[in-house]
Ligand binder design. Structure first.
Ligand code: ZN
Length: 133
């Protein structure tokens, strides 16, 4: 599995081991993202939601358990309109278990694309969430 390495602040793709981001200069630890989650993680970062890690596990039941680990505690009320298969767990994990990985990831991408980044960031800040940007 080749993970894609992204800057956690601006979602710029790292091409090699870098100490800091060539785009925003951040030296925060890069995140390793499963290739199928790069788009949605990038969208989440643009909304101000910090991402620290991702994981996809395949089970014998053919279910894909998809986890996107978020930084800090996100205000869960901003995620009540998530696509039905997605949940926020423990205020810091976007989680889904489904057979059709492509479809559910696309649904989450569409949810994130529907949001206005500036508006969403403002709501996160109002809730006291550290968006780190
Ligand atoms: Zn950056």
């Amino acid at each position: 599995m080749n993970f894609v390495i992204l800057c956690p602040i601006c979602a710029t793709k790292y091409t090699n081991r870098q100490d800091s981001c060539s785009n925003c200069g951040s030296s925060k630890g890069a995140i390793f993202v499963h290739p199928s989650l790069v788009k949605v993680v990038t969208l989440l970062i643009k909304l101000g939601v910090g991402v620290v890690d991702t994981g996809i596990k395949h089970c014998t039941t053919h279910q894909n358990k998809i986890s996107i680990y978020l930084s800090g505690s996100v205000p869960e009320y901003l995620f009540t309109d998530l696509p039905s298969v997605w949940r926020i767990k423990d205020s810091n994990k976007l989680y889904c278990s489904d057979i059709d990985r492509i479809k559910v990831i696309k649904e989450l991408e569409e949810w994130a694309m529907d949001k206005d980044p500036d508006g969403f960031k403002a709501l996160l800040r109002l809730s006291g969430y550290d968006i780190g940007q």
